[in-house]
Design a protein around this ligand. Structure first.
Ligand code: T4K
Length: 363
């Protein structure tokens, strides 16, 4: 039986990639801001409806650089319910993460609990639009304004998501995307920082190129965060098929939701009123989540428990006062119940039927 993974990258026909490779071979510019890099930055700005965007080698280096770009220090408020890269980006900058519990509906930082975690050392908030579900951006901005804090969104899951004001990526001081192979839009590995002004974009561009401004001037201890021409070319090709891929995901999402509507003990996440990207399909299993997870695995279906364990349970975080279980009851409950089911545009109807049947049998 063919294994079914939590996701599978969308790949355009191989022959369509050849002309891009030929161009790279002709130009012999492989990286350092080549033609495809420039084209992809512009194409993504247009598609996502954002002013400026800097491509990166991956989302994690982009997160680390975003914090550097805004010179964030001290303490940063963040969510324990995310991929570990969110908090790791803080540690790599010598910043102390302060975990705040999540809202049971949005699954994102609970704005009602943020203020109590602010101390004189707090300089920023790093919320995550988990699964591409929008954070309460208005409330978060209000708190940030009141306390003079920066807001850096980890928008790794939020490619193309829109809220009532348009593109979700326009909120906060910076938003960071991931274009990893497992994401809705991928460049094999890749990422980006979305920023509102030319000056910040320039600083980010310097930081991702070792701090170089020109051949002889280095203005900061930058890193090598550049995206290569191969990745950028693949991104341009991917972008052509993005709408079709999103339509297929939407259809799969609707079938799952409909199938689980009346199944006792299995809950789907709230659909919300935003324009979604159907990046993930989490279900929440009231009892014996791990038994269902194992049953699916035995049947060749490799869902994932995104996000279990909580980041705050990993050894480098669990000693922090904010990591204490009593501080994070909602995140803990959700983390103990979640399974992300296979979700990708090439998931076939009979494969989805098999997944649904197994879950219904279990329930
Ligand atoms: N912030 C958030 C909120 C994130 O979720 C992430 C990454 C980041 C920041 C950091 O961004 P990046 O630095 O990664 O750009 C995966 C991904 O590696 C990671 O990108 C992602 N989040 C996280 C949620 O999931 P794993 O270890 O679970 O992935 P892996 O390799 O087990 O892949 C899952 C399944 O996907 C495999 O079982 C098979 C399938 N797959 C995977 C790959 C890599 C393929 O079919 N083809 C592939 O090439 O972390």
């Amino acid at each position: 039986m063919k294994p079914i993974y939590v996701t599978q990258p969308t790949l355009p026909p191989l022959e369509e990639f050849i002309p891009y490779l030929e161009k790279i071979w002709d130009n012999k510019i492989l990286t350092n801001g080549g033609t495809f890099h420039q084209q992809l930055e512009q194409a993504l700005c247009d598609y996502l409806g954002v002013k400026h965007l800097a491509l990166f080698t991956n989302g994690t280096i982009a997160l680390i650089t975003a914090l550097q770009a805004l010179r964030i220090t001290g303490e940063v408020i963040t969510t324990p319910y995310s991929f570990v890269a969110t908090a790791h980006s803080l540690l790599w900058n010598g910043i102390k993460p302060v975990f705040v519990d999540i809202d049971p509906v949005t699954l994102n930082l609970d704005p009602n609990k943020i203020e109590a975690a602010i101390t004189p050392q707090t300089t920023a908030i790093m919320p995550v639009h988990c699964y591409g579900y929008p954070c309460d951006v208005a409330r978060i901005q209000q708190i940030a304004d009141n306390y003079n804090l920066k807001v850096i969104y980890d928008a790794a899951h939020a490619f193309g998501v829109k809220d009532k004001n348009g593109g979700l990526l326009n909120h906060g001081d910076l938003s960071v995307l991931s274009f990893h192979a497992t994401k809705v839009f991928n460049t094999f590995e890749g990422g980006a920082i979305v920023c509102p002004d030319e000056k910040t974009k320039r600083r980010i561009d310097h930081l991702k190129n070792f701090g170089f401004v020109d051949e002889v001037t280095v203005v900061a201890a930058g890193i090598n965060g550049k995206m290569s021409e191969i990745n950028a070319a693949f991104g341009l090709l991917q972008l052509k098929g993005i709408e079709e891929a999103l339509e297929k995901r939407k259809f799969i999402d609707a079938r799952y939701r409909e199938s689980f509507e009346n199944v006792t003990g299995i809950h789907c996440a709230d659909t919300g009123s935003h324009v979604a990207n159907y990046a993930y399909f989490p279900i929440f299993v009231e009892r014996n989540r791990d038994a269902l997870y194992e049953k699916l695995k035995t049947n060749g279906i490799f869902g994932r428990r995104y996000f279990y364990p909580l980041i705050s349970d990993f050894p480098m975080y669990r000693g922090l006062p904010s990591a204490s279980p009593a501080n994070l009851p909602v995140a803990r409950k959700i983390s103990n119940e979640v399974i992300c089911l296979p979700m990708y545009s090439a998931l076939e109807e009979n494969e989805q039927n098999r997944i649904i049947k197994l879950i219904k049998e279990f329930a």
